[in-house]
Design a binder for this molecule. Sequence first.
Ligand SMILES: [Zn+2]
Length: 272
Amino acid sequence: MKFIAKKPREGINVSDVHPLAEAATLIVGLTAIFVAIALLLIFLIEVVLYFVPAETEARLFSDWLPEDLVAAGPETRQKQQTQELVARLAKHWAAAPYNFRVEIDDSELANAMALPGGLIVVTQGLLDQVESENELAFVLGHELGHFRNRDHLRALGRGVVISLFFAVVTGNDVAGLGIKTADLTLRGFSREQESRADEFGLAVVHAAYGHVNQASRLFERWDSEQRDSSAFAAYLSTHPQPGDRVQRLRAIAYRDGWRTEGEITPLNWSRD
Ligand SMILES: [Zn+2]
């Protein structure tokens, strides 16, 4: 019998489904996968928050530093003073489960962040911008507010959450896991988390000084300067817009009857 090669049917490699329909299926499918991953992540973080009390978190991260931290020199005077200021502010949060540590990152770009275990990283750029202790106190008080609400853990990436589980299970600390700041701060905070941190920060400043004078002065300056100044763009990418913030802080002070006049504490420091 002679073999007769049959030509394959025309268009055999072309799906019968309309390409747009196929694209739509793909997009819907991918979106569903991303949503599922995001929900799982949120769930995992809530599980961490439930099972890992702040005391355990503080212990696990007690020696931890972000892998990508570029520490500004050894023990500078600015670091010491910032550390002391944090300690003074934290006294007004009686039940604080953290032993707050301060590190100065040698970056020109103003920023401040709350990281696991009670670590507050402030950049040299931010220290260069503050003009009084009162201005710095509010920035630090705001970060304390994130610890208070454990927002800093809600910002964790999935990889970090898994590492954290691993550390809890094995009882090791997380110092060797090589976690970077970028893993922790990528997902900023919601407007609500920021507002709550501001409320707490202002309350702490009021408790420490007896007034809230200059608490928002740094943001007043940033608001009147060019909005897209690269010097503080990083801070603004993860914090509320300075103008709105000044308004809200004024409203809180007014609501709670806090004095907006009061003695200013100068910063006596130099970059050594
Ligand atoms: Zn914040």
